[in-house]
Design a protein around this ligand. Structure first.
Ligand code: TRP
Length: 351
């Protein structure tokens, strides 16, 4: 599979800018509603989405509410998490007038694609999916549900229902994209349509930003309690960064190999300030960890201030949030119905 790399900040190269005569490139991505998004999400994928949208892409964002049920028995607080996710999307600048933000439980025709798709993958293929294996190991369930096992095929339905050509994701999602491509290819081979094949084979778009570490030096993740969420306030952010792991060397240098924790803090500041991490390290020099953390805290709080203000304002208008989701669900539903109709035609099952 070809994997494109995208810069997270405003980059000159726009891979999907639509030309005047072409229809806008369709991009789909999404998240599970399990809590607030954090800076790792921002620099890993959210910034890319906004950039792609500004470049003219027709952006679809799935709030994967069924997928939440793959690793837990009850999805408590799901409506609140859906709202939190929507707030994060809108606060970072996804424009709901142009993007289609939807919950996949609200789009029946999308879910119906799962049945023909499941007939196109083998149990062995599902079983060897490394991301599913990893999720089973971290699952909060005592046994593996059928939904957990089949969710890469469901994710293929998320992507293919709208015929997305580009899918901005993190590295861990690549196996799902590979299955999506396999399903698209097999469907097209098995059920040749008159005219062009029903499904495109979508490409992954990985962020070019290196992975951000959490404040404990491991991968930033909300379940590890080491993440700075976009919605956190300035004091909480300062407290988290003050407690971040560094090392014994007082002189600050940018050395990702040998000093991963210090390097990740520098990287975070550099992403927020749009400056080189090595230059920041030089400026801090013998100021030590305290000066480094002051610099990072200021950079993060300065960067997030407008996002947080916008988020707080949006949170005061739940009616607007419901309207955004309703409009997104309606549009996704129409697109999914049209695709399902093509699928039925290709499978000769339009009765
Ligand atoms: N599995 C993704 C995650 O855990 C969320 C997701 C659901 C998704 N459907 C998708 C991502 C389709 C990209 C495309 O983050």
């Amino acid at each position: 599979m070809t994997i494109a790399l995208a810069a997270t900040t405003a980059a000159p190269a726009e891979p999907v800018t639509a030309g005047p005569a072409e229809p806008a490139a369709r991009v789909l991505t999404g998240d599970r509603p399990t809590g607030r998004l954090h800076l790792g999400h921002y620099f890993g994928t959210l910034a890319n989405r906004v950039r792609l949208q500004k470049g003219g892409a027709d952006l679809f964002v799935v709030i994967a509410d069924f997928q939440v049920l793959t690793d837990r028995d009850v999805a408590d607080d799901l409506p609140r998490y859906v709202e939190e996710l929507l707030l994060d999307y809108l606060a970072v600048g996804i424009d709901p007038d142009r993007a289609t933000i939807f919950t996949h439980s609200s789009v029946p025709a999308l879910n119906q694609l799962l049945l023909p798709f499941l007939s196109l993958v083998s149990v062995a293929e599902l079983r060897r999916n490394p991301t599913v294996k990893d999720e089973i190991n971290h699952s909060r369930q005592s046994s593996v549900s059928g939904l957990m096992f089949t969710y890469p095929a469901h994710q293929a339905a998320d992507i293919l229902f709208c015929k997305a050509g580009l899918v901005p994701v993190g590295q861990d999602q690549l196996p799902h994209l590979e299955i999506t491509r396999t399903i698209a290819r097999r469907f097209n081979d098995r059920y040749p349509a008159t005219g062009s094949p029903v499904f495109p084979e979508p490409e992954a778009l990985l962020s070019a930003a290196p992975l951000l570490l959490g404040t404990d030096g491991t991968k930033m993740s909300k379940s590890r309690d080491n993440a700075i969420s976009l919605a956190a306030d300035a004091d909480e952010t300062a407290r988290l960064i003050r407690g971040a792991k560094t090392d014994a060397d007082r002189h600050i240098t940018y050395d990702p190999e040998r000093r991963p924790e210090v390097a990740s803090l520098l990287l975070l500041a550099s992403l927020c300030l749009d400056r080189e991490p090595a230059v920041l390290a030089e400026e801090i020099g013998s100021g030590g960890a305290a000066a480094l953390k002051r610099c990072v805290t200021e950079a993060v709080n300065g960067f997030l201030a407008p996002i947080r203000a916008r988020r707080a304002e949006l949170a005061r208008d739940p009616g607007h949030l419901r309207a955004v989701l309703r409009a997104g669900n309606e549009r996704a539903d129409a697109v999914a119905e049209a695709t399902l109709d093509e699928v039925r035609a290709a499978m000769s099952s339009r009765y």
